[in-house]
Design a protein around this ligand. Sequence first.
Ligand code: PLP
Length: 421
Amino acid sequence: MTRNHTRSAELAARAAGLTPGGVHSNVRLAGPRVFFERGEGAWLWDVDGNDYVDYLLGQGPNFLGHAPRAVNDAVAAAMRRGSVFGAQHALENDASELFLQAVGWADRVRFGVSGTESVQLALRLARAATGRRRFVRFAGHYHGWLDNVLVRTVDETTTPASAGQLDQFDQFHVLPYNDLAAVETLLAEHADDLAAILLEPVMCNSGVVPPRDGYLRGLRDLCDRHSVVLIFDEVITGFRIAPGGAADRYGVAPDLATYGKAMAGGWPVAAVAGRAELMDPIGTGEVNHSGTFNASVPACAAVAATLRQLRDDPPYDRLETHGGKLVDGLRELGTRHDVPLRAQGLPMAFHMSFGDPSPIHDLGQLDRLDLERYARFAHVLVDYGVWVAPRGIWYISAAHGEKELVAVLERVDAALAAGGG
Ligand code: PLP
């Protein structure tokens, strides 16, 4: 099946002369140059009139589906009274209360705009509280694009991932994920200069790799023993894998956590939450955290409406069911077409690739997978009306139902039947 992409191609050619690479985020460089006209629920339509069942969700934010009515109506109504005051407005409290209720373990929240900046604030708070400088991070985890966190790890060697990136690698130790003994050994030697352990509690940026049983609890205990701040980067997992994210799902509370993506129905909002003792120094001014657009009117309206909907109509059981059937269906298609299609993760965020089906527990094991073959397949799927990320992560929204399940399996089947895998 070949779809017509004439209009997209024209727009892409025009964009190429306007913005580097024709895209406004480097994550999109690997994706097809499709231009979209609109999204609704679990579906997208491009400028050439092609439809797509969407399992990328804008890299995660459209957790309620595209253009969620309740959220967009709340934002539109709020914005009729203005959007940013350089001062407070009552919606901030609604958003904060709903946020803290959903998260459960945290005393305070500060809103920002991107996950990247939230990670910076969390690290600064941890350093302020401990008076220590370094932090521990894990191979394969992504924490935004700034100099002190952006890395490329190949064969256990970590290097800057970008030209022009200031080498600040003496700020952190990189350890393998899901290996508690490695953390224990490092802390025994270096805890005196360690402010924090920072991790994706479910590694979602390299495969989708859940923590081993007891791993998060083990990190919690080590942090308590050595007075190190435990930071969960819940930018992907927050509100998605349970109302209170990974902390809720695995029953382990960090000291600080960062959020973004799913919390605001597609609007650009992020947050840091944590224990009062750690967060309150931003309230006294001892620690700086600023931002012109922090907690803007549309941001707070979007957060409040999103979290109200998640509270009043929790989609989590439906997501588990949909995701379970989807993963089973995709695996069956792989078997039927004799291609080693494999899926791993939590149903609401899982990773597709080709390769050995045995479970992956850390970055090193990802080389068992043929990620490039899958990236090519993701491009083929565009022509069959399935919108997914070349890097393999599939996200499910509250708007995905039986119709989408049937459509996606039919379309993947057709792509495989045509030899696309
Ligand atoms: N942390 C994690 C775990 C992420 O997945 C991302 C983005 O994908 C970020 C931080 C950075 O968030 P943002 O892209 O909103 O700056």
